[in-house]
Design a protein around this ligand. Structure first.
Ligand code: ADP
Ligand code: MG
Length: 323
């Protein structure tokens, strides 16, 4: 007997008990009713993951559930917002209950860790799996980390080790091989990205601009530069390469992957010189690395320079769905 849309919602989404005080009414009615804090701005973002485009149709559903939420939380992190609520619109070709159960395990494990409550959504039938997740968070007025605040002279930084997810993706397509002993960590970087929520919150009042890296460091940094009407000088020798990336690719390919590989969900941000010390003392307590990779310049455009001062040219800045 086919399961109904309603029993799926009951069993997999409404059954998860996690109740925030600012949710007056959660899953089950025509709308959720929420109590956003009066003194904060509401930060909202939405992302869609399509089977065969953003993940393999046979990918581990628990990882898919994790990643669907993680990429959204990453946007809140890049804005310096505290996560609060989520809605989920799910299109499924069939009511595959083992898939749904595992998907929910991954989704709710991450949601619970960040105190995010699923407050509503939709389940529909369609030709392939499509996951649309929207998340809502809060940020005090004036403290959001926008893309348009970078000024010449600001230092440029990146969290973690960009390029790992790009390597994992290249390995999946047989275009690269991961050095022995690193396969697990590299896979996890692609399938289980950790949103840099704590780091985003710590950057409130410190960073002048920020973005999360979903389409490659060079391309996403380019968005900060365009929106801020500035340029940058990025010193490629400073790029923090993970041991796994450095062991798997030659130096040039590793640098290219760090610059153009997508799906990292690290933060790239600018910090004015007078707040460098503040950043350094904050970053000393972070779980991930924080590396200075360059400086914002008045001259527009992104310039990549090697240690000897010579210029490095990129053929491709990053991933573009329509490129
Ligand atoms: P409506 O037809 O009024 O939009 P639905 O029958 O689609 O309502 O959904 C019933 C309730 O279940 C609503 O509160 C909706 O927000 C919630 N819901 C539906 N799908 C999901 C889902 N994938 N995740 C969380 N809540 C969901
Ligand atoms: Mg509906």
């Amino acid at each position: 007997m086919p399961v109904s849309e309603f029993s799926l919602i009951e069993r997999y989404f409404a059954a998860h008990r996690f109740q925030r005080l600012d949710v007056a009414l959660g899953i089950g009615d025509d709308c959720a009713l929420l109590l956003p804090p009066a003194d904060q701005q509401l930060a909202i973002t939405v992302d869609t993951l399509v089977a065969g485009v953003h993940f393999f149709a046979d990918a581990d559903p628990e990882s898919v559930g994790h990643k669907a939420l993680a990429v959204n939380l990453s946007d809140l992190a890049a804005m310096g917002a505290t996560p609060a609520w989520a809605t989920l619109a799910l299109t499924l070709p069939q009511a595959d209950e083992p898939w749904l159960a595992a998907f929910c395990r991954g989704l709710f494990a991450l949601a619970d860790r960040y105190g995010v409550q699923l407050i509503g959504g939709d389940v529909t039938h369609g030709p392939t799996i499509v996951i649309t997740l929207q998340v809502h968070g809060f940020v005090p007025p004036g403290l959001a980390l926008r893309r348009d605040g970078a000024k010449p002279g600001d230092g440029l930084y990146v969290t973690g080790t960009p390029g790992d997810a790009g390597l994992a993706l290249a390995a999946t397509f047989g275009k690269a091989s991961v050095a022995e002993g690193h396969a697990g960590s590299i896979r996890a970087r692609l399938e289980r990205p950790e949103p840099r929520i704590a780091e985003g919150l710590a950057l409130r009042g410190i960073a002048s601009a920020a973005i999360d890296i979903s389409d490659g460091l060079a391309q996403d940094l380019g968005h900060i530069l365009e929106r801020s009407r500035v340029g940058a000088r990025l010193e490629v020798e400073r790029l923090p390469l993970s041991p796994a990336l450095a062991a798997s690719l030659d130096r040039k390919a590793a640098v290219m992957t760090a610059l153009t590989g997508g799906d990292d969900y690290e933060l790239c941000f600018a910090v004015p010189p007078e707040r460098t010390l503040q950043l350094e003392s904050s970053a000393a307590g972070w779980e991930c690395r924080c590396t200075r990779i360059g400086v914002v310049t008045a001259e527009p455009g992104l310039r990549l320079v090697r240690a000897d001062g010579s210029a490095l040219h990129l053929e491709q800045r990053g991933y573009d769905h329509f490129g």
